[in-house]
Design a protein around this ligand. Structure first.
Ligand SMILES: Nc1ncnc2c1ncn2[C@@H]1O[C@H](COP(=O)(O)OP(=O)(O)OP(=O)(O)O)[C@@H](O)[C@H]1O
Ligand SMILES: [Mg+2]
Length: 170
C-alpha cells in the first residue's frame, strides 16, 4: 500500500515502561475499509499499541498519522472525534438492558455529527451486530442471559454506531 492511500499510518511507534519496550519501533498502514488483526502472545504489546493509537499513552518515539496528519500527543477525546474508536477487553454492559439496547448506545451518544434518534439508533445497532455476527437474544439482558460473545459484540457494534472510521478492539 502506498503512503498516500493510508488512512492510519504508524511510523516506528515506540512505548517504554521503565526498561521494558512494550512497543518497539512498530510501523504499519491501514487503508480505509481495511480490516486487520494484531496478534501476539500475552505481554507482546497489543493493548499498549492500541493505547498509543487512541492517545491513552504518549509515544516515546515514532509518529502516528491519521489521513496524513500527526495525531501523536493529541488527547484521546480529540482522537475519538476524528473517528478512531476503541473498545475494551473487559466488557462492561449495562446489565439491565438487552444486547441490542447496549449496541444502540453509541448511535445515541456518538460523535456529534453521528447522533441519531432512537429508531435510527436501533437500525444502526442491528447493522453493527450483524457486522460482528451476533444475534440479538431478544429480551435477555446483556448480563446473565447473553453469552460472552454476545456481551462482547455490543461494545464493538457501539463503536460502529458512532461511525468511527477505524476501530480498535481490546
Ligand atoms: N501500565 C504499564 N506499566 C508497566 N508495564 C506495562 C504496563 N502496561 C503494560 N506493561 C508491560 O508492557 C508489555 C506489553 O503489555 P501489553 O498489555 O501491551 O501486552 P498484550 O499484548 O496486550 O498482552 P495480553 O495478550 O496479555 O493482553 C508487558 O511486558 C507488560 O507487562
Ligand atoms: Mg492486552
Amino acid at each position: 500500500m502506498s503512503a498516500a492511500a493510508a488512512q492510519l499510518e504508524l511510523r516506528s511507534v515506540t512505548k517504554r515502561f521503565g526498561g521494558v519496550a512494550a512497543v518497539d519501533g512498530v510501523s504499519f498502514e491501514v487503508g480505509a475499509g481495511d480490516i486487520i488483526g494484531i496478534i501476539g502472545p500475552n505481554g507482546a504489546g497489543k493493548t499498549t499499541l492500541l493505547n498509543c493509537i487512541s492517545g491513552v499513552y504518549r509515544l516515546d518515539g515514532g509518529d502516528i498519522r491519521w489521513e496524513g496528519h500527526s495525531i501523536a500527543g493529541m488527547p484521546p477525546f480529540r482522537i475519538a472525534r476524528l473517528g478512531i474508536g476503541r473498545t475494551f477487553q473487559i466488557v462492561r454492559p449495562f446489565g439491565s438492558m438487552t444486547v441490542r439496547e447496549n449496541a444502540a448506545i453509541g448511535a445515541l451518544f456518538g460523535r456529534e455529527d453521528a447522533r441519531r434518534g432512537p429508531k435510527e439508533a436501533f437500525e444502526a445497532a442491528d447493522g453493527g451486530l450483524e457486522l460482528f455476527g451476533t444475534h440479538d437474544p431478544g429480551p435477555q439482558a446483556a448480563r446473565g442471559g447473553a453469552g460472552g460473545g454476545d456481551q462482547a459484540a455490543p461494545p464493538a457494534a457501539r463503536r460502529g454506531d458512532g461511525r468511527p472510521q477505524q476501530r480498535g478492539d481490546r
